[in-house]
Ligand binder design. Structure first.
Ligand code: NAD
Length: 470
């Protein structure tokens, strides 16, 4: 297997990667420091030239072959995700499938999306001209990724970047870098020249130094708001793609299929132990069905098996660390002090935090206003659609929202009035298909992922215009 840490072979500090469930060390990676950025840039500079010169069919072949090999070895990728990020087996297997799809979509994009003919004669006075624009690489992209989808979120950056002919310095989360490194190894094995992707494992100081580098053309970041704000301050004049947090509302109206709504909301709230940017955090339930919904929802949530993610029987694995679980416990504790009522959960053992459901949560609490990023969900009765939409729109950032109703007019009214990057009808907020444009509304969000959209962001149009002289 190729060595994706080629550029950092002479750096001796190490980062230990822990299994969040039992605290065992599952691997070590070389730690790259801010002082090593010069060396990383030297390698990446070569990659910029090499990837731009790769014909589109070749970029596409490499991405397709990597996808095939990952599909073949899906079980070992899933095992690694479970070990380093604590996702259950089912959740990890789904992430691997999605990664394969993301790479295949990227392979398609490399072949398909090369530019467009420009209709110069549509403008009076330009009839003598003919031409087109091509999609050219940006050059060097720095990709910074979080811990929660340690494989597919990396594929969402590398796939479109390679399809577009760019070189990448990838800084995966220091908490879960192993899936990213394995993905890059598979890209090398599929024929990607090693200088095209440089993996740099390290923490915030390394991230800051990469972000500040003048020759980097774009920062593609997925992570939290505070980090996003730091990056925006440090980046200077370069393109930014910001995929940040959420606090998703899901509206449940009295005319919906209640059983389907309960099941979908339980899954949406607790998938990946709630460490999911589009996870359902606030359920806004019409008051006429509130009690019945609450009873069924709490009953189903209480049955979820919390614990070892490697066991098929587990529904909710650990959070990324005991510290993350303690933070969730603290936010819930504060909400309880402000008058919230606990319906189930709020039990912690190490990094495991039980599926937690609350009601009567103050709209001033952190739990209502901010992203909790934990297996915690709030139930709130609403008089009807108008109040639900007003509550849905309260936070100043948003990614996805959901609504359950059998009334098409209400569904479409909600879709029009909720400020979010995606509205899921008769589904919880937790649905994403890797080809769709994905990103937030309101504060902070910049650009869209989803392969075609990221690819377009990661390329720049160049116009060729021919003036026919006679
Ligand atoms: P984080 O912001 O703490 O870290 C993300 C990455 O940024 C890590 O690689 C980290 O090392 C790096 N980093 C930290 N400080 C930095 C700095 N000053 N400069 C440059 N890089 C720096 O996020 P996390 O805790 O790993 O992930 C959880 C967050 O990610 C949640 O808010 C979640 O909603 C968000 N997220 C968003 C999406 C999306 O697509 N919108 C998807 C998944 C997760």
């Amino acid at each position: 297997m190729a060595n994706s840490n080629l550029a950092i072979a002479n750096v001796c500090d190490q980062i230990e990667v822990f299994n969040p469930f039992d605290g065992s060390i599952i691997g070590t990676v070389k730690e790259v420091h801010a002082a090593d950025v010069k060396m990383l840039l030297e390698q990446a500079r070569i990659g910029v030239q090499i990837c731009a010169a790769l014909p589109r069919y070749r970029r596409s072949q490499i991405l397709e072959l990597a996808a095939q090999n990952i599909e073949r070895d899906a079980k070992s990728f899933a095992k690694l995700i479970t070990q380093e990020a604590g996702k259950t087996v089912k959740q990890a297997e789904k992430e691997v499938k999605r990664c394969v799809n993301t790479l295949r979509l990227s392979a398609d994009e490399a072949r398909r999306n090369a530019g467009e003919v420009l209709p110069f004669d549509a403008y009076e006075g330009s009839e003598s001209r003919q031409g087109w624009f091509s999609r050219e690489p940006l050059g060097l992209i720095v990709a910074i990724t979080p811990y929660n989808d340690p494989l597919n979120l990396v594929a969402h950056k590398l796939g479109p970047a390679i399809a577009g002919g760019n070189a990448v310095i990838l800084k995966p989360s220091e908490l879960a870098p192993l899936s990213a490194i394995k993905l890059v190894d598979y890209l090398f094995e599929a024929g990607l020249p090693q200088s095209v992707v440089t993996v740099a494992t390290g923490g915030a100081e390394l991230g800051k130094a990469l972000v500040a580098s003048r020759e980097v053309r774009m920062i593609s970041f997925t992570g939290g708001f505070v980090t996003g704000e730091h990056i925006a301050r440090g980046a200077g004049l370069k393109k930014l793609a910001m995929d940040l947090g959420g606090n998703a509302p899901v509206i449940v109206l009295e005319d919906c299929d209640l059983e389907a709504a309960v099941e979908s909301c339980v899954s949406g709230a607790f998938w990946a132990a709630g460490q999911n940017c589009i996870g359902a955090q606030r359920l806004l339930i019409q008051e006429t069905i509130y009690e019945e919904f609450r009873e069924r929802f709490v009953a189903l949530s209480s049955k979820l098996v919390v614990g070892n993610p490697a066991l098929e029987s587990t529904d909710v694995g650990p959070m990324i660390s005991a510290q993350a679980a303690m933070n969730a416990e603290k936010v819930v504790g504060e909400a309880l002090q402000q008058g919230a009522k606990l319906l189930c959960g709020h039990l912690r053992e190490g990094a495991c935090y039980a599926a937690t459901v609350l009601e009567n949560v103050s709209h001033n609490s952190l739990l209502w206003c901010n992203e909790v990023f934990a297996p915690v969900v709030v139930l709130e009765p609403v008089t009807g659609l108008d109040e639900a939409i007003a509550f849905a729109n309260e936070p100043d950032y948003s990614l996805h929202a959901g609504i359950f109703t059998n009334d098409l007019n209400k569904a479409l009214s909600a879709a029009r009035r909720i400020e979010a990057g995606g509205i899921m009808i008769n589904d919880s907020s937790d649905y994403r298909f890797d080809a769709m444009p994905f990103g937030g509304f309101k504060y902070g969000s910049l650009g869209r992922e989803g392969v075609r959209f990221a690819y377009e962001d990661m390329t720049q149009p160049k116009v060729i215009c021919i003036n026919k002289l006679n």
